[in-house]
Write a protein that binds this ligand. Structure first.
Ligand SMILES: [Zn+2]
Length: 238
C-alpha cells in the first residue's frame, strides 16, 4: 500500500503553484508482477509526467520547482489537511474547497496525453523516449490488468472504448520501443520477446527466447507458453 502527502510546487514554465501528491511510503505486499515487466499495485505510484493546467506545457514531475514555506501552524496544518481530504472525497467540488491556503491539485498525465508528451519539448533524450514509450505500453496493458482474468471482455470492447481507440497507436509505440531495446541482459531479451508476442510476431518471440538464460524462468516459460498458443495479451506471473 502507498501513502501520500500533498506538497506545493511551481510549474517550471509559468511558475503557477499547484498541489502535488508525493509518495510518503510504499510497500510491495499487494504488488503483482506481469509479463511486460511491470510490478503493478492497485494504489500505484506516479508516471512522473505532468501537464500544467495553467499554461498547458508538459514537464517532468521532478522538474517542478519547490515552494519554500513557513512551517505549518497547528491551525493551518489542520485546515489544509481537511481541505485536502475533502478534495479527495469530493473531487468535483474542488473549486469550492480551494481556500487561499490551498492550490489546485495537479495529476500525472493520462495515457492519451503521453502520446503528446512524446512529441513535446519536455522530451530531450533517447533515455527519456524509452521511458515514455515503456510507460505508454504499460499503461495500455493496465486496461487488460484491470479486466484480468476475464479474457472474454478483451474481445468485447465497444467502439470508442479506450482499448479500441488506442490499439493502433499502442502498436506503433510497441514497434518503436522494439527498436530502442538492446539485448545486453536477460531483462532486455524478455522485454523484447514480450513486445514481439504482444505484436503477434510469435515466431520472433519464440526464437529470441532461446537466447535467454533461466534467470527469470517463470516469466520466460509463461511468455513461451503464451506465444506457442498465439495469445498476445499481457499475463500475470504466478
Ligand atoms: Zn505552467
Amino acid at each position: 500500500m502507498t501513502t501520500y502527502k500533498p506538497t506545493n510546487k511551481k510549474c517550471p514554465h509559468c511558475h503557477d503553484t499547484f498541489e502535488f501528491l508525493e509518495i510518503m511510503s510504499h510497500n510491495t505486499f499487494s504488488t503483482t508482477y506481469w509479463t511486460d515487466g511491470r510490478g503493478y499495485d492497485a494504489l500505484r505510484g506516479f508516471n512522473g509526467m505532468c501537464k500544467c493546467p495553467a499554461c498547458s506545457s508538459f514537464f517532468w514531475r521532478k522538474d517542478a520547482i519547490a515552494v519554500k514555506k513557513e512551517p505549518y501552524s497547528d491551525e493551518s496544518f489542520i485546515k489544509q489537511r481537511l481541505a485536502f481530504i475533502n478534495k479527495m472525497v469530493h473531487p468535483k467540488n474542488q473549486d469550492e474547497t480551494n481556500s487561499e491556503d490551498t492550490y489546485p491539485a495537479i495529476q500525472d498525465i493520462t495515457l492519451p496525453q503521453m502520446f503528446d508528451f512524446l512529441v513535446s519539448p519536455a522530451l530531450t533524450s533517447t533515455e527519456e523516449e524509452y521511458y515514455v514509450r515503456k510507460m505508454i505500453w504499460w499503461s495500455y496493458n493496465d486496461y487488460y490488468r484491470a479486466l484480468y482474468p476475464h479474457e472474454e471482455h478483451y474481445t468485447q470492447q465497444e467502439e470508442g472504448s479506450p482499448l479500441v481507440v488506442l490499439q493502433e497507436k499502442n502498436s506503433e509505440n510497441m514497434k518503436a520501443l522494439l527498436d530502442l531495446v538492446e539485448l545486453t541482459s536477460d531483462e532486455e531479451i524478455l522485454t523484447k520477446a514480450e513486445l514481439y508476442r504482444q505484436l503477434g510476431q510469435f515466431d520472433e518471440c519464440l526464437s529470441l527466447l532461446t537466447t535467454c538464460s533461466d534467470k527469470y524462468e517463470v516469466a520466460k516459460s509463461i511468455i513461451y507458453e503464451q506465444a506457442t498458443n498465439k495469445n498476445n495479451y499481457v499475463q500475470l506471473l504466478k
